[in-house]
Design a protein around this ligand. Structure first.
Ligand code: PGA
Length: 251
C-alpha cells in the first residue's frame, strides 16, 4: 500500500518569535497548493499560539514537541494536551531522544504521554531509536522494539491510526551523520513487523514511519525514496524555509 508521506519540522529550542513567524510565512507561501505530502511544524510551546494563527487556512499542521502526561493540576512548568489543543496544536511529539536521554523520560512516561495526547484528541509522533553504543552492541532491534511496544501499550487499533512512528537513531540526530537509506529501511521494516505482531498486518501497513536524524536537502531524496520510509522528522534543517521546502519537495 502507498502511505501518504508526512514531513514534520522539530524546531527544538530554537528561533524567536519573529523568526518563527517569518519561517511559517515562507512555508505557507512555498507550500500553497502543494498537495504532495502532509507537513507539520513543532515550535517551542510559547510560539504555538501565534504560529497556529499564522498558519490558519494553510494545510501545515502545528504540534507540540512534548507534553505533560497529566491533564491538569500542580505540575509546575508543564503543559497539558488540552492546553496544546486550546492554542491550535493538532499533534504532539512524544519520546524524542532528547527527552529520553537529557530529561530522563522512561518508556512508561512516554506511554503515559502518548495516552494523554490521544485522549485529548491530539495525533502523536512516537519517537524510537538506539544510541551508538546500543547499535555497536547489536541491540538496535531489541531497543526499538521495546520502545515501540511499551510506548503503544493500551493504544487501540483505531487510535493507532492517529500515531506516526519516527525512527530516529540517536547517533544520527544533530550529528550530520545520517543513517543510510538501507539502514533506515531495515529498521523501518523491522518496526513494521513488530507492529504487525502487536496489531495485525493491515493496521501495521497503515502506520507511517518517519526517519529522523540529520535529514537535509542533500540526502532527503534518497532517504525519502527508500522503501519503508514514509516521511521525515527534521530538526536543524527545518529552521530555514529553503532547506525545509527543499526536503518537502524532494519527496
Ligand atoms: P536533526 O534532528 O535533523 O537536527 O538531526 C532530528 C530530530 O531530532 O528530530
Amino acid at each position: 500500500m502507498t502511505r501518504r508521506a508526512f514531513i514534520a519540522g522539530n524546531w527544538k529550542m530554537n528561533l524567536d518569535r519573529r523568526g518563527a513567524l517569518r519561517l511559517v510565512a515562507a512555508l505557507a507561501e512555498g507550500l500553497a497548493g502543494d498537495e504532495r505530502c502532509d507537513v507539520a511544524v513543532c515550535p517551542p510551546f510559547v510560539y504555538i499560539d501565534e504560529v497556529a494563527r499564522a498558519l490558519a487556512g494553510s494545510k501545515i499542521r502545528v504540534g507540540g514537541q512534548n507534553l505533560c502526561d497529566q491533564p491538569e493540576g500542580a505540575f509546575t512548568g508543564e503543559i497539558s494536551a488540552r492546553m496544546l489543543r486550546d492554542v491550535g496544536a493538532e499533534l504532539a511529539i512524544v519520546g524524542h531522544s532528547e527527552r529520553r536521554h537529557l530529561f530522563g523520560e522512561s518508556d512508561e512516561l512516554v506511554r503515559s504521554k502518548l495516552r494523554a495526547a490521544l485522549d485529548e484528541g491530539l495525533d502523536a509522533i512516537l519517537c524510537v531509536g538506539e544510541t551508538l553504543d546500543e547499535r555497536t552492541a547489536g541491540q538496535t532491534e531489541s531497543v526499538i522494539a521495546r520502545q515501540l511496544t511499551r510506548g503503544l501499550e493500551g493504544v487501540s487499533d483505531a487510535e493507532l491510526e492517529r500515531v506516526t512512528i519516527a525512527y530516529e537513531p540517536v547517533w544520527a540526530i544533530g550529528t550530520g551523520q545520517n543513517a543510510t537509506p538501507a539502514e533506515a529501511s531495515e529498521a523501518h521494516a523491522y518496526l513494521r513487523g513488530v507492529l504487525s505482531g502487536l496489531y495485525d498486518d493491515s493496521s501495521a501497513e497503515r502506520v507511517r514511519i518517519q526517519y529522523g536524524g540529520s535529514v537535509k536537502p542533500s540526502n532527503a531524496a534518497e532517504l525519502l525514496g527508500a522503501r519503508e520510509v514514509d516521511g521525515a522528522l527534521v530538526g536543524g534543517a527545518s529552521l530555514e524555509p529553503d532547506s525545509f521546502l527543499q526536503i518537502v519537495r524532494s519527496r
